[in-house]
Structures are given as C-alpha cells and as structure tokens.
Design a protein around this ligand. Structure first.
Ligand SMILES: *Cc1c(COP(=O)(O)O)cnc(C)c1O
Length: 234
C-alpha cells in the first residue's frame, strides 16, 4: 500500500471516508478528484441512514426501482433544488414516463423499445434527463445492457432513429471476474464513440474504477451499511 490510512480516518463520516478513497485513487492515477462524482446508492436503505448522508452534504443518489424512488424522494425533491436522482436499475418501457418525470439521469438505456418510450415521455413532459447506455461487458445472458459488439450500431440508431444522444456508458461487471478488465473495456468503447462519461465501480471496486477513468461511481453499502435484503439479481 502506498497510501497509509490517515490517522483521522476513524473519525471520518462514511461519506468523507469514501470521498477520501476516491481522492487517493484519483491521485494515484494522475486524475483530478473532482472528475469523479459519488453517486450514493440508496436502494433498500432505511430513511434514517439516507438522511444522515444527505445531512453530510451528499446530493447525488442512485435508485434501482422507479416506484421505490418515487415514494421515497418525492417530497424531499421538492425541497432540495440541487438533488440529483439517477436510475440505475432495469427499466420497463411502461415505466418510462415515471422515470423521465422523476429522474435527472437514466443510466440503463439498452434497447430501441425503451429508447422509443423515453423519447415519447420526453416530448410529452418536456423533460430531458441525461442518458447513459448500459453495456453488458460480461455478455451475461441474465443481465441487461447492450453487448459490446452491438454498441456502436445502437448509439448510431439512438441518434438517427430517436434523436437521442447518450452522455456516457454504464456497466455492472460479472461478480466473479476482475472488474478492471470490464472497466478498461467500457473506457475503450466510450473513447471509440466519443463519449466522455463512465458510470462504473461499486462498493467493492470503486477505487479500481477511478483508476480506469470512472466519472461517477455508484456506492451503496460502503456508504450506508449493508442493505436489509440483498438486491435482486440484476
Ligand atoms: C446496488 C447497486 C450498486 C451499489 O452496490 P454496493 O455494492 O452496495 O455499492 C451499484 N450499482 C448498481 C447498478 C446497483 O444495483
């Protein structure tokens, strides 16, 4: 380890600790710490824990279910102008209207039918959430996301058929494989398509993701503690 833990770390809040780890990883990769945003993944967490992370200054949150997010954030959102909500879990086309209405960023765009539903929801609401294309870097049959070899054509179709431009790419690597390989692949796919944003890295591997160029990391349990029930398979 080239970075001994600072002596004060025991006194840092979980959020300050995660931010310090992001900063250290950025430094070791020659990146600026401010180039990686922390997305606090609040799915399945009790409100008391979310409240304390909010009180600590966190403003970007990730949720994986539209309805859970609506129930939880509707009121707070009206009070906090700088709150940013990101949808990071699978989205059914018939929930696109709710997603477009209530989220600032949708990170799970991965098929034409969903692109159509999002486009329709954008024109009916006048809202334009930022979009990420989810890439199934591990080509796992049960997982959402565009396969790497289909990505370039999908991005082209988004622009041509729907007038949509993705801001970046998102991936969830297979649990059993070294995440760095998948982060490197996602970075390569983004560069090839002129995309500058990369949503990658979770509690177990966000420092690796920062080294591979993540512009946002999605951190749940390392910030909030273990979830009551583990997340359903993605
Ligand atoms: C749950 C979840 C996370 C956060 O997972 P942790 O391991 O708790 O940090 C990140 N990204 C997605 C897509 C998730 O569903």
């Amino acid at each position: 380890m080239t970075h001994p833990a600072p002596l004060a770390s025991a006194n840092l809040s979980p959020r300050a600790d995660v931010l310090a780890r992001i900063a250290a990883a950025a430094r070791s990769a020659g990146r600026d710490r401010s180039d990686t945003a922390l997305v606090a993944v609040s799915k399945q967490q009790p409100w008391s824990r979310i409240r304390s992370v909010l009180d600590d200054g966190q403003r970007i949150f990730g949720e994986n279910r539209v309805q859970e997010a609506l129930d939880r954030w509707r009121e707070v959102r009206a009070e906090l102008a700088d709150l940013e909500l990101r949808l990071i879990g699978p989205l059914q086309s018939n929930k696109a209207l709710d997603a477009v209405t209530h989220f600032d960023v949708i990170e799970v765009l991965d098929r034409p039918k969903l692109a159509r539903a999002i486009t329709d929801a954008m024109s009916s609401t006048g809202r334009t959430p930022r979009l990420y294309v989810q890439v199934n870097t591990g080509e796992e049959p049960q997982k959402s996301g565009v396969r790497p070899d289909a990505l370039d054509a999908f991005l082209l179709a988004l622009r041509r058929d729907f007038g949509l431009t993705a801001e970046g790419l998102m991936c969830i690597p297979p649990a059993a494989e070294p995440a760095g390989l998948h982060f490197a692949l996602l970075a390569k796919l983004a560069a090839r398509n002129g995309l500058e944003r990369l949503s990658m890295g979770m509690s177990a591997d966000f420092e690796t993701a920062v080294r591979f160029g993540a512009t946002s990391v999605r951190v749940g349990s390392a910030l909030f503690g273990a979830r009551a029930a583990d997340a359903p398979a993605l």
